[in-house]
Design a protein. Sequence first.
Length: 284
Amino acid sequence: MISISTIRTYMFCPLKLYLEQNLDEDKQKDILLNKTMKELRIDLQDLFQRNIRRLRKEMELEEIESNLNTNIINYIESSIAILENSDFEYNEAILGEKTNNNEADEIELLKKELIEEANFNMKILALKSQKAMINNERDGTQIAELFFPTSMYSYLMRDPQIELVGSCDKIEIIEGKYYPINIKPSIPPLKGTWDSDAMELVASALLIEQEFDTEVFVGFVDYLKLGDRRPVVMDANLRKGLFKVMNEIKDIVNEKIVPDINVTIQKCVKCEYNKICHKDEDLE
Ligand code: SF4
């Protein structure tokens, strides 16, 4: 079985997938951290969805923002505190080491980014909600559906026939149609989506089609840093591209074939394996 997270790593760099499969110690920890951050972002969306119901059409923008913000910062701070403690316990119990300053700084940085991101998204939602309430002469409860359609979060699916497994961040269901949504903390490209995001999305689309016996024509990537939603059309080329990627992943994972890659320094700078791939080079 190939997972959506494996496709994500392959799309970042095939060599990274090879190294992860063959010499990784910290992989489990990274997966845990990424999973927790993703769940946290999804929980924040859920909180906004609840808070929007507090809004009244006569509220000023400032009051709308303060209502939308209810419990948001507290939630981030308490969740990060739990994450810091579990990181400490993980290091002691599993790795037999103490949490070092770099790891603590990394978590602090994630908290800062998350608070900025939540604040930015709250402000966008506040403006949109105010406009929707005035134009429709409705309160928050009645416009909530506009911004938060019926959805399933982190829904795990598998398709034994094509040997694919994974969970979709969010599946929105509108008038009986299913729309896979990827939630990304990154900045989008100038146009469209990053190839890797489209590839993850088409994998989710295939799983949704099998799970719910339906057809998926389009999905979306929510880029939280800019509060921007970008569509991805599930056309034949993208679907073919996914199967090509899955075959290459099988070669790396099952046959242990070292992939040929085009090095992208911008990626290497962010990659935890750069000390292996660029031993004597200064990447800064
Ligand atoms: S350091 Fe660069 S080349 Fe090496 S695995 Fe990471 S992204 Fe790929």
